[in-house]
Ligand binder design. Structure first.
Ligand SMILES: [Zn+2]
Length: 393
């Protein structure tokens, strides 16, 4: 084998192992969506301990963050050419990719330190004082090699998940800002959950309301039973249709105790739509005229996360914040079951340690997944009150 073919073979092997031969082909759930065809899936049941207490959460979180850091390092080596073919995209914004990778490396270190605040020296997930990302990764590699037998099935499953998940995110970063998404904020008025307090999470549900007696009611009933709140990002046209068939009182009763934000008038990208400002104004006016003031969250969630880079001043004049998310359930995706959603969300919550969870009340999986996730974490996390989301940093 010549040196050239050896290098080429090594590269191919690296790429193959990085993706487990998964191609991240963009599919269209609806016009405008750029979601991945193959979604990162984990099996959290392989973790042999409970995470319903803070020490249990922290221990699983430390193990997840260490392994995630290694996956990030491996995937971060992908060249532009490798990303073009693996993600089947037409261009790679290298600056955006590097920015995301650097942010994520910083977060890995920060989150590990948070998770290790009450570390016991005898615990294999505790690696002691770390001064840099490089030092953390060095220790992570050692933990990876010496992890106790009972955790190896979890580790190997997690590694596949982490590489696939980093692939999903790298793809979004490579497309940004040509195609905007939740991967990056354009300004500080945009909110994505990455500055929330440690172990604080918010629930959000998009694309409703459904027709009377449909999934929106069922999702709301589930939340009330769980004694939790969420922000429902509604489409103006769907909300108006339900209002016309009922009354203001009915719409207030429907969302009582919960929060309603705007998802625009129609489910269209607000990055390339010449009516984007009218869509936002019209939806805001409808919500304000219909619902009690404390139910209306001054938030706009862009369909597909797509909005214009220069839209900041407009949202400020409207007293609205762009509400992105950082923990995506992929519950709309037909390749993803409710069990997949549960495992994916639990795993991401352990890696990220805080954030805004994205679900859809027009799909049935959230109704099953949310109670399971709440039960799994018990008292170890703080589910934020939806009325406070707009005031978060
Ligand atoms: Zn949507």
């Amino acid at each position: 084998m010549t040196r050239r073919t050896a290098i080429s073979a090594r590269r191919t092997l690296r790429l193959a192992s990085a993706f487990c031969l998964i191609a991240f082909v963009g599919i269209r759930a609806a016009a405008g969506s750029v979601g991945p065809a193959v979604v990162a899936k984990a099996d959290f049941r392989l973790w042999p301990e409970r995470v319903n207490t803070v020490p249990g959460f922290d221990r699983a979180s430390r193990a997840a963050i260490l392994e995630y850091g290694l996956a990030l390092r491996q995937m971060g080596k992908l060249s532009d050419d490798e990303m073009l073919s693996a993600f089947r995209i037409k261009s790679v914004d290298r600056a955006s990719v590097e920015k995301w990778l650097n942010q994520e490396r910083r977060l890995v270190l920060l989150n590990y330190r948070r998770a290790a605040r009450k570390c016991a020296a005898s615990d294999w997930s505790c690696v002691g004082e770390v001064r840099s990302s490089a030092e953390l990764l060095q220790k992570a590699a050692e933990v990876h090699r010496t992890m106790p037998q009972g955790y190896l099935a979890w580790r190997d499953n997690f590694d596949g998940f982490a590489r696939a998940y980093v692939g999903e995110q790298l793809r979004l970063a490579a497309l940004f800002p040509r195609i905007s998404s939740e991967i990056e904020r354009f300004n500080d008025n945009e909110l994505n959950g990455d500055k929330l307090a440690d172990r604080q999470f918010f629930l959000t549900f998009d694309d409703g309301p459904t027709a009377q007696g449909g999934l929106t009611e069922k999702t709301l009933a589930m939340l009330r039973k769980e004694k939790r709140t969420g922000v429902f990002f509604v489409l103006g046209a769907r909300f108006q249709e339900r209002l016309e068939k009922s009354s203001k009182q009915t719409m207030n009763a429907l969302y009582r105790g919960q929060c309603v934000g705007s998802h625009g008038w129609k489910h269209k990208s607000h990055a390339k739509w010449d009516q984007w400002q009218a869509s936002i104004e019209r939806t805001r006016d409808l919500l304000k005229q219909t619902l009690a003031p404390d139910m209306v969250a001054p938030l706009f969630r862009p369909p597909y996360g797509q909005r214009r880079a220069d839209s900041g001043p407009f949202f400020r004049t409207q007293s609205l914040r762009v509400a992105l998310w950082d923990i995506d359930s992929q519950d709309w995706n037909r390749h993803v079951s409710a069990a997949d959603v549960i495992n994916r969300m639990i795993t991401l919550m352990l890696i990220k340690r805080h954030g805004v969870l994205l679900f859809h009340d027009v799909h049935p999986k959230a109704r099953v997944a949310v109670p399971a996730i709440i039960k799994t974490f018990g008292n170890s996390v703080d589910w934020g009150d939806c009325h406070h989301l707009a005031a978060m940093p």
